[in-house]
Design a protein around this ligand. Sequence first.
Ligand code: GDP
Length: 215
Amino acid sequence: MSELFTEEAIETARILFARPAEFLMGAAKIEQLPSPDLPEVAFAGRSNVGKSSLINGLTGRHGLARASNEPGRTREVNLFLLDGRLRLVDLPGYGFARASKSDTSKFQNLGRSYLRGRPNLKRVYLLIDARHGLKDVDKEALDALDLAAVSYQIVLTKADKLRSSAAVEKVAAETLKAVSKRPAAFPRVAVTSSEIGTGLPELRAEIAQTAGVID
Ligand code: GDP
């Protein structure tokens, strides 16, 4: 993937993500969100997919997003501010059986209204566990993203858990094929491991470019 980005873009993005990052707020209601005056990119995925770890890994701040969150625990839309220039948005995790029905729909509604009502949202990164690929519950999320007409990109997480890079490539190709006909899907799948850092420099560059924070 790295050939997609110049060394300069990778380096500029590295510097950006090394700048101060802070937890801004958790919003339980859409009205609580800050005014849409800065670009935002959002992260979505099943509970336990590695979303907190990815946000921590991208920013190099290990306590920024809570990596130890209880599966399916009450979640808000959490916003982080990077370098005063870009907001990283942690959407509620979905699809965990232990969450009660009413909780699940509440969070899904919150996530959906965020997707629909955010003019400054540049892209959603939909995280998929590289070991599992797309599940039915992910397809519901893809439907919601297509319906909201928000640009989104698939990010495979936990690539280190697969036994070979060929196995990772296979999942990436299958996943790309599965989303290729979806109107709002970006035609590239990012492969990452927060554990060993795979793909994080490229994802930083991708995010920074998409958000218009770097050229
Ligand atoms: P979230 O619920 O989506 O925020 O998921 P977390 O970030 O809390 O991660 C869920 C579990 O997966 C934790 O036990 C993490 O340590 C583990 N995990 C997250 N990312 C990786 C990764 O890249 N590699 C491996 N091996 N484990 C990971």
